[in-house]
Structures are given as C-alpha cells and as structure tokens.
Design a protein around this ligand. Sequence first.
Ligand SMILES: Cc1cc2nc3c(=O)[nH]c(=O)nc-3n(C[C@H](O)[C@H](O)[C@H](O)COP(=O)(O)OP(=O)(O)OC[C@H]3O[C@@H](n4cnc5c(N)ncnc54)[C@H](O)[C@@H]3O)c2cc1C
Length: 436
Amino acid sequence: MSASGPNGASLVGERLDVDADTPVADVARAVRGWVDQHVPEPWREASSRGTSAIREVRSRADYEAWYPVFGRSGLVVPTWPVAYGGLGLTTAQARAAEAVLGPFNLGRLNPLGLNLAAPALFAHGTEEQRLRYLPPIVRNEEVWCQLFSEPGAGSDLASLATRAERDGDTWVVTGQKVWTTWAHLSDFGVLLARTDPDAPKRKGITYFLVDLHQPGVEVRPLRHITGEIDFNEVFLDGARVPDDQRVGEVGDGWRVANATLSGERQMVSGSGSGGVDRIGGSGAERLVRLAREVASAGGGGWNDPVVRQALMRVLSEERIRGWTNQRVRAGLKAGRSPGPESSIGKVHQGGLNQRIQLLATDLLGPHAMAWDRPDGAEAYDEQLPYEVKGMLRSRANTIEGGTTEVNKNIVAERVLGLPREPDPWQAAPWRDVPRS
Ligand SMILES: Cc1cc2nc3c(=O)[nH]c(=O)nc-3n(C[C@H](O)[C@H](O)[C@H](O)COP(=O)(O)OP(=O)(O)OC[C@H]3O[C@@H](n4cnc5c(N)ncnc54)[C@H](O)[C@@H]3O)c2cc1C
C-alpha cells in the first residue's frame, strides 16, 4: 500500500515506496518528491549555487541531526536489501536515484560502518548479525571504527599481538590498537585479535565486533599536525565480546579481514559506496576556480601557462580516476568481486590528491606560510587556511588504508605476476616470529 506525498512522492512510512520492479523514470520521480518533502528548503535553494553555497547554510551538526531522515528513506544504500536498510534497487535504478540526489550533496555518514564493517558482514556474517548491525549503520545511529593496526603491526598486520581468550560464551580481549580513526566518536569497532598463538600468523586470528562502551576499553585521542583530533590509541584491558559478535570461524579472521581491507581500499580510492572520494582538501575543479581568483587579484594563477598546464594535468588525471572508479563500482554492483583495481586506485588516488593539494598551496604563494587569523578563530586548526589544512591532511593519503609501497607490492604480485615477497616466517607459529 502506498501513500502519496507532494509532487508525486510515494512514501510508505518514511521509506521510499519503490522496488526493483519500479520503472527507472518513476524511481527518479519518487526521489524528486522525497527531496521536495524531506530536504530542508534552504539546502534545496542553495543547491543551485553549488556545494560551497550548501555548506554555508548547512552546518555539520544540522546535517547529522537531519541524517536519520535520509537513513530511513533507504536512499543511503539503495541497492542493499530492504531488511538491511536499503531499497533493493538495481544498479540502473540506483544510478537514476543518485542523479537526482547529486546536486544536494547528501554525503554518507558513518563511512567506516558502510565501507569496512558492512563488507565483512555481507561476506562472512550471519543473517542475525546483518539484521542487527546493518540498519543502524545506514541510519548513522551506531558509528563504527576499525581496530586493526597496532604499534607493532601496520603493514605487516598479520603479526598483530592483541589477544582474545575464550571464557565460556564470551571472549576476553587484551592489547593495544593505534591510529583508530574516530574511535572517540564510535559505538562499535571491527576488531582483529589473536586467538591461537601457536598457529602461523595468518591462521590464528579471529574477527570480532566489539562494543566500545564498556569498562575494558580506553580510548585516548591523538592530535594531527593540523591540530585536529581524528584518530586514537585504544587500550583493551579485559574487554568482553560475546561469541555471537564473532564474524566467521575462530582462526579464520584473516579471510574476513580481507573483505574489510578491500572495502577500505575502494573507499580511499573513491570507488566505494560511502561517499569518500578524497581525504583532505578539494578536487581539481576548485583549483581552477582558485587559479582564476588569483589571476583576477593581479597574481599569476590562471594567466600563467605553466600553472594552466599543471592544472590541466591533475584535472585530466582526476577525470580518468573518476571513470575508472565508475567502472569498478559497476563491476561490483554486477556481482564481480573486487580485484586488484582497488590497489591500483589506492596508489593513484593517494599520490594524485597529494599533488592537487600541493598545487593549491602553490597558488596561495606566501599566504600558505603566513596568514591572517580569521575573526573568532581561537584554535590552531580553525586558523589554518583551508588549502594548507588540505595539503597537510593529504600527506597521510599514501599511508592510511595500506601504504603506497605495500599496495605496489600487491599490484606487482597479483597483477604483474612477479615473485612473492619472501617471508621466512610464513609457516612458523606466531609466538616464534620476532616482533618489533
Ligand atoms: C590518517 C590515518 C588513519 C588511519 N586509520 C586507521 C584506522 O582507523 N584503523 C586502523 O586499524 N589503522 C589505521 N591507520 C593505520 C594504517 O593502516 C597504517 O599506518 C599503515 O598500514 C602503515 O602501517 P605503519 O604505520 O605501522 O607503518 P609500517 O608498516 O611500519 O611502515 C613503515 C614504512 O615501511 C614501508 N614498508 C613496510 N613494509 C613494507 C614492505 N613489505 N615493502 C615495502 N615497504 C614496506 C611502508 O610503506 C612505510 O613507508 C591509519 C593511518 C593513518 C595515517
């Protein structure tokens, strides 16, 4: 049964009343109706003037407060099944929906839930786990982080030392994680822990979903070079995880982790579903606008042919990156498993964004080193020019989600078929492997 909203919007409760049999044109019409009814009027009005105009009328807090409306509509993840918070749409229908939503810049919140936790649940979780955890991820009601890296286990993640020991129906977890993005804001984390120290390092790991709001979990924020807090150290001291929050078999966590790591590479290369296509700064089109502003203020900028050439180079690369990401996304939606494209994309996107952000600071010239303090800006991170902040943040792009060097190893081995990197400890029990 369907009820009609304004402008032909068809709504059941708050979920959009469309399904895989709805003609594509009707899906687009229903989404337009939903936008008219649910996206606040000032945001809609600003959308005709671009993303920065939307940002002027829509604070992050406003967006977070409104977001459950978006989450309940099913439009956050339109191709996911209805029971998990989606609409069960086909790729063509979802593309039509996204084309309507695009101008309103409705970015997806909870990207680590959507891109890191969800792929593991889809590939290896039980139906009960998917029904319990996926809908609140979509609605941003439970925020997620990733508890993988440790002080002695980053690139060589499989050497991780955090222990989980069984105590009846519960696991007791002890160890330290680090670089845990948004742990200070999260409710749950996907966790890798060692359950069998006598097995080789990749065999004795198990994958868990851990509730962060418990006495055995201490989150200590770390501060970025820009002054902001994004990531944390997480100390686990007797944290308890019920066995029904284990994903996959005991000792099979490395395989489960690969679903998360692959989702993470797609997210940071821009081909994921969580709306993250660049971490730090803005894209090449904004650089073109900045270059024109510099020129009209009497500087070189757009008037300088060398600057124009550099801009066109990154603009073309960004377009190619976008098309390649579209191809990867289409492949995934058609049911193909993610291949090494995500490693290639990760390597390219990390380096490209660093070059874009460096160009932005070049365009600022001396203002990138000495700037006026904006009115009312007290904290250091509020005083930094946007371009400088983006450039500093982009330095992490070639580290986070797997370093460029390690991703090049993956491409060398899995795409080019070069010999595998030797690992003399591969078959040895983890407890005998030397660790830093
Ligand atoms: C901004 C940011 C956010 C992050 N968020 C999270 C998060 O939310 N959750 C999480 O679990 N982790 C997170 N990380 C951690 C990230 O995954 C690790 O930093 C990364 O995997 C590298 O590990 P490492 O820092 O221990 O460096 P190391 O592994 O010690 O590497 C040091 C250097 O050696 C090189 N190197 C290492 N091994 C090889 C090799 N085999 N071949 C060639 N070169 C090699 C590396 O490329 C690097 O240059 C985050 C990191 C950053 C910077």
